[in-house]
Design a binder for this molecule. Structure first.
Ligand code: DGI
Ligand code: FE
Ligand code: FE
Ligand code: FE
Length: 187
């Protein structure tokens, strides 16, 4: 599947704002892939489809998580987490993408996980730092990403956890696990 076909499919699923975000993630993911030796074509496809299920109704996502036996603890934490595994499911079933690394980059783009592949890291970071994002600290992450993928990734997870803590929101344990894995086991 080429870029234009993929973008056409995903455009129908998204708002204009979210589509622009997706273009930003795509361009950033390709840039990071080229810089750090991931497959830019895989990065492109994973980025285009990463938020595929972002606007699916919560009830439907919940049902899908139960029926497909996805980790049930997802349901105890923020519904913001759900579109990532549910999106990966639909991208496989409906779009027909079978590449495991692409599917996992979509599946783990919100929570992260222990033992992320280079492609998963590229998509996670691209989602955080694409040009349309304006989080506090994002410029520092962009600067780090010029030369040090690992440090940029650690900083982005730190910022995301701090953001949730400041709002007194729960943090999905897998996100902490990812952070610990990065800090304790390095690159
Ligand atoms: O879908 P996007 O907005 O592009 O970005 P995303 O898929 O990374 O979703 C991030 C949202 O998820 C953000 O508003 C914070 C929220 N969230 C809620 N609980 C958690 C969480 N993010 C992580 N990483 N871990 C959580 O426990
Ligand atoms: Fe997302
Ligand atoms: Fe993210
Ligand atoms: Fe996103």
């Amino acid at each position: 599947m080429n870029r234009d076909q993929a973008l056409e499919i995903v455009k129908e699923q998204l708002t204009d704002h979210r589509y622009k975000h997706t273009i930003g993630v795509m361009e950033t993911a390709i840039w990071l892939a080229e810089r750090y030796g991931a497959d830019p074509k895989k990065a492109e496809l994973a980025a285009i489809f990463h938020d595929y299920a972002k606007f699916h109704p919560k009830e439907q996502m919940k049902q899908r998580i139960i029926e497909e036996k996805m980790p049930s603890d997802l349901l105890e934490y923020s519904s913001e987490l759900w579109h990532a595994p549910v999106g990966a499911y639909f991208v496989e079933k409906l779009i027909g993408i079978q590449d495991e690394d692409i599917l996992n980059a979509i599946k783990y783009h919100t929570s992260g996980r222990v033992g992320m592949t280079l492609l998963e890291k590229v998509v996670y970071l691209a989602d955080y730092m694409e040009p349309g994002r304006h989080f506090p600290g994002v410029d520092e992450v962009r600067e780090l990403a010029e030369s040090d993928l690992h440090s940029a990734l650690v900083k982005s997870v730190q910022n995301s956890i701090i953001f949730l803590l400041k709002k007194s929101q729960p943090v999905y344990p897998v996100t902490f696990d990812m952070y610990n894995d990065l800090v304790m086991n390095g690159k």
